[in-house]
Design a protein around this ligand. Sequence first.
Ligand code: ARG
Length: 484
Amino acid sequence: MPASDTSSDPDNRPPPNAATRVPPSGTRSGRFSEPMSARMQRFNASVDFDRRLAQADIAGSRAHAAMLAAQRIISDDDLRAIERGLAQIEREIEAGAFEWRHELEDVHLNIERRLTSLVGDAGKRLHTARSRNDQVATDIRLWLRDAIDALGAQLRALRSALVDLASRHVDTIMPGFTHLQVAQPITFAHHLMAYDAMLARDIERFVDCRKRVNRMPLGSAALAGTSYPIDRERVARALGFESIAGNSLDAVADRDFAIEFASAASLVVVHLSRFAEELVLWSSPRFGFVTLADRFCTGSSIMPQKKNPDVPELVRGKSARVIGHLTALLVLMKAQPLAYNKDNQEDKEPLFDTVDTLTDVLAIMTDLVATGLAANVERMRAAALEGYATATDLADYLVRKGIAFRDAHEIVARAVREAESRGCNLDLLPLDALQRFSPLIEADVFDVLTLEGSVASRDHAGGTAPSRVRAAIAAARDDIRSSQ
Ligand code: ARG
């Protein structure tokens, strides 16, 4: 560190030391006797990917410099020079005119070196009371905070698209499945709203994770804090952090906030992979429940008749990389001794790719649900009629007539077998045939054997009855609006 950086009184500082040589590259100070090989430079450098942190890095530097000046650790002239230089660098980066150099390792040293070339010694003073260790931990948190906010907005947009589609299918009946076997009739809206419920929890998880992301490491310096009279609260306020990290070692060393985010992101893609899988199945002619608009599908290079559901397949496939990134981050952190280790430079690519993948997946799924997904109402209904989906309703009917549920279950099982052998559904068995299984069965049984009767009877909070689904849709709309 140059001697001038150690003075806490700007008025009493020795004149700029013209003899202080700017090290030739990155951290290669006079401490080192030989240059880095090109391979070492490439291996060591993170600037190709961490330049994405530039905005956050500049914001952090502005707040840090303002605090240094307020605490009289640097002069007001230095602060003005730093602000001028950073503004210029910001413009250069935005215009694509900034020259990123590998030999300067990372985003932090690239910006600092350019600042020094623009404003001279004031640029060299910016790093007073700061280390790249607290700097990078702060930058990632600032960057991730914005990413979480943007993803939250995207999740809400997908929820809106799902809810809108659901509102058009409150009376559309399809078979609900367990074990992928037809189980009971449900409404298509109810099925769609199940995904809305998952996404609502996904949003909650992001909101919760954001609280722990939004704590400021800056001021921890390399690991032990700093001997300068810094004001961390002031910097935290300027950067919109909710609080400051309480332990300097932990603040530079842990990336649990990134792991938490990757975990929340993994759950989003796991949820979407289930929906995607269903769309793949449903759009297959065997099911024919939905038709995906051509613009979301591709053809085959060899089979002219094919129309492949590429979007849902890719959404299902991309879940693998997000889950992989979660694993990578967990393993990266495991067994690292305190405090900062260069291993942590490897946190960025998985984190960035998690955000990028999720951003793409959410955007295309929202498009698909909002504009490219048509329900084939008749096919859904036909499938619900085929699989004895109202068998439970018949059992419940018998229970209402005084038969114990287990006995009713057995009676209906035999009736289903009879229907199967006649090749028809339960509601097409004649009354006398049904009565052979139980004399308690009367003509009113046909009310419960209809799909509409079955669905309407599940009339309690959380059930598939159209009135309940309408209420769920209204509640979801309120929730989406209030979570903006
Ligand atoms: N590029 C580094 C990273 O991403 C910045 C921190 C470097 N700190 C160090 N002590 N070498 O983690």
